[in-house]
Design a protein around this ligand. Structure first.
Ligand SMILES: Cc1cc2nc3c(=O)[nH]c(=O)nc-3n(C[C@H](O)[C@H](O)[C@H](O)COP(=O)(O)O)c2cc1C
Length: 180
């Protein structure tokens, strides 16, 4: 039997891409970190992705100004820090310091990347669309790297568990990978 689902919670059926940490900088180069679940790939060549960011996020203002950010991919061991960076605003808090994350220089953008994350996608915004309080940033991946022990052209999901938000405080982790 099929169960009817309210459209307002239907997103929970497709919500669970990896939860990521978005790093940004302000105009004097002070970095910030924000937790984000709503992102998707748009294209592989050229490599494009979209992130959806609400007005509550200070990061939205920073990206509008600088047009740059880094997508940092954490593993499950970092869940406490991931939840912290998604519950406090960087407007008045140094989340790098508070969460004890280490900033390392990016190659092609000003925002730093997070050393403790196993992969990083440096992005430049090419278009933005506003829907109510949410801004969609369509962005080009200009540089990317990943821990070579955990990525061999595909994520080694047997070795690393990424975090997947099901909505409402529920999460899932990746499992064994397989090929069709
Ligand atoms: C698991 C999780 C996922 C989140 N996903 C998003 C998201 O996709 N978009 C968004 O605007 N906020 C999202 N948030 C909320 C922001 O991370 C939160 O508003 C954060 O405090 C913003 O930080 P900032 O003000 O330093 O930019 C998420 C929070 C959590 C805990």
């Amino acid at each position: 039997m099929l169960k009817n689902i309210k459209p307002e919670i239907a997103y929970r059926l497709i919500n669970h891409g990896p939860v990521v940490l978005i790093t940004t900088v302000d105009k004097i180069g002070k970095p910030n970190i924000m937790t984000l679940a709503w992102l998707t790939v748009v294209n592989s060549e050229p490599p494009l992705l979209v992130i959806a960011m609400g007005e509550q996020a200070y990061s939205q203002k920073l990206i509008k100004k600088t047009k740059e950010f880094v997508v940092n991919i954490p593993d499950k061991k970092l869940i406490k820090k991931v939840l912290y960076c998604g519950s406090v605003s960087g407007k008045d808090t140094d989340k790098f310091k508070r969460a004890k994350f280490t900033a390392i220089n990016s190659q092609k953008v000003k925002p730093p990347k997070i050393k403790e994350c196993f992969a990083h996608l440096e992005c430049k915004v090419i278009n933005q669309y506003k829907y109510g309080d949410v801004v969609l940033f369509v962005s080009k991946i200009v540089y990317a790297d990943a821990d070579d022990k955990l990525f061999d052209e595909y994520i080694k999901t047997d070795k690393i568990k990424t975090i997947h938000h099901l909505g409402g405080g529920w999460f899932a982790e990746t499992g064994k990978r397989f090929k069709d």
